[in-house]
Design a protein around this ligand. Structure first.
Ligand code: SF4
Length: 465
């Protein structure tokens, strides 16, 4: 039974409906309308900026990246990101007297730490000038510890307002690092995080991955213990998804070097056990946080919120996103920018928001989104709240009973609610899938979407621009 469930691929829910069910846009009418409506609503929002270049390809990666070491490429995209921000703030000024209430900003990618510092500075200044600073609580930066990174450079980001770092660690085992084309040794990261850096940043997150080629239970146990030794305040434990049909670079390692689905479940349980024994609290399926990290506090107060970047302290439920491929949410409207770097730059040069696909949620979508988000955020399903809706169909009821039988869910008769068990949290996306009205649609990676040129084409000719 467990074997069959493990084989059944389901989407990774961060938004509902998931991106494979969004449509290609004809024009920007909807985007402009929802942006205006959102701005006038005076709501709080998160902001995401996507820097799409990386100097080197990591073989496990699913992010939208274009591999380039050319400074001129970094420069071109940085200037366009700045222009997109200016376009956005111009539009906002037209619609409100005050300033946008951005609560948190996330610089992601790609590798935003290779963005030339003068542009990073310009972007931070633009944000500070144009958002209401009374609401801005966090600026987070994804850090690649390689590429000439050092403690001084990290401390320099604090001068631009960055107060949270998210470091891509992935694994410390030499064979695994070689197999995934990403070598960042323990000492490199240990040296980066000196006392000054640790004192300066409120929160330091590590990303690490289970299910990588050449990984074994033993090697992962050693890596997990080393991670605990370095004591990041937050950890994101990611499940490697092998999709060489979409991500051609995943053909670079041997499939036979990958752990099986059953081994991966054991790996997850082992990592989880070590982290829990070392005073990390579990936050949803793949986040762990020490007691003094804000995520732990907000989890206990039931204020957490899952956005496309992971768990957030629930300061905002919406997200304005900037940069190629970036995904945004404005109330009941989702949008995504074009993947193609050339098209992105062309749109921005013509002062057009570079949106390529969108989804306006129906009443039914909104109801189902609430159930799925409650599952992700609080790991529970309240049957009483669903009793008057059409959602509790016979199929859904039976699936939940099945999950109860195999101990993914636990029913509380008194509260008439299911809570997700420790084992079930590994299968949280399978449980969410029960409520997905689009689940009969082909399971697609969002990268199968095409936006004019093939979205998977990494050989974009930036030199032509
Ligand atoms: S894992 Fe990070 S650094 Fe590596 S290719 Fe992907 S985005 Fe780039």
């Amino acid at each position: 039974m467990l074997k069959d469930i493990l084989k059944n691929k389901v989407p990774f829910y961060t938004l509902y409906p998931t991106q494979s069910n969004w449509g290609k846009i004809e024009d920007n009418k909807n985007f402009n309308r929802y942006l205006e409506k959102f701005v006038k609503s005076n709501s709080q929002t998160s902001m995401y900026l996507h820097f799409p270049f990386c100097p080197k390809q990591c073989y496990f990666c699913h992010c939208y990246t274009v591999i380039s070491k050319k400074e001129e490429h970094y420069e071109k995209i940085s200037l366009s990101i700045i222009k997109e921000l200016e376009l956005l703030f111009k539009k906002i000024k037209k619609n409100i007297d005050g300033k946008l209430k951005v609560t948190d900003v996330h610089f992601g990618g790609g590798t935003p730490t290779v963005m030339p510092l003068k542009y990073f500075k310009k972007i931070s200044e633009l944000i500070y000038e144009n958002v209401d600073k009374n609401y801005l609580k966090e600026i987070a930066l994804e850090v690649d510890p390689r590429n000439n990174m050092n403690s001084e450079k990290l401390l320099g980001y604090a001068d631009f307002g960055v107060n949270r770092l998210s470091i891509g660690v992935q694994d410390f085992d030499t064979d695994v690092q070689k197999a995934i084309n990403r070598v960042n040794e323990y000492d490199l990261i240990n040296n980066l995080l000196n006392k000054e850096v640790r004192d300066k940043f409120e929160s330091i997150n590590f990303d690490f991955i289970f299910g990588l080629p050449k990984q074994s239970l033993k090697s992962l146990e050693i890596t997990t213990n080393k991670i605990v030794e370095l004591k990041p305040s937050r950890i994101t434990l990611l499940n490697m998804d092998h999709r060489p049909d979409i991500y051609k670079h995943q053909k670079a390692y041997k499939e036979t070097d990958l752990p099986s689905d059953e081994e991966k479940l054991k790996m997850y349980n082992q990592c989880s056990k070590i982290l829990l024994e070392n005073k990390y609290n579990k936050i949803g399926v793949n986040h762990f946080a020490l007691g003094d990290d804000i995520l732990s506090k907000y989890k206990s107060e039931k204020k957490l919120y899952r956005n496309p970047n992971g768990f957030s302290p629930g300061w905002a439920y919406d997200m304005i996103s900037i940069g190629p491929s970036a995904t945004g949410k404005l109330g009941d409207y989702y949008y995504q920018n074009v993947y193609s770097i050339d098209k992105y730059i062309e749109n921005i040069d013509n002062e057009i928001f570079p949106v390529s696909r969108e989804k306006t949620l129906s009443g039914e979508d909104i109801k189902r989104r609430k159930i799925i988000m409650d599952l992700l955020n609080f790991e529970e399903i309240n049957l009483e709240q669903l009793s008057n809706s059409n959602i509790l169909s016979e199929n859904v009821v039976n699936s939940l009973k099945e999950f109860d039988k195999i101990k993914f869910l636990k029913f509380n008769e008194k509260l008439k609610s299911y809570s997700v068990s420790e084992l079930g949290s590994y299968f949280i996306n399978h449980i969410c899938n029960v409520f997905d009205e689009y689940k009969e649609n082909k399971y697609q990676s969002q990268r199968e979407f095409k936006d004019g040129i093939r979205s998977l084409d990494r050989n974009i000719n930036l030199n032509k621009i």
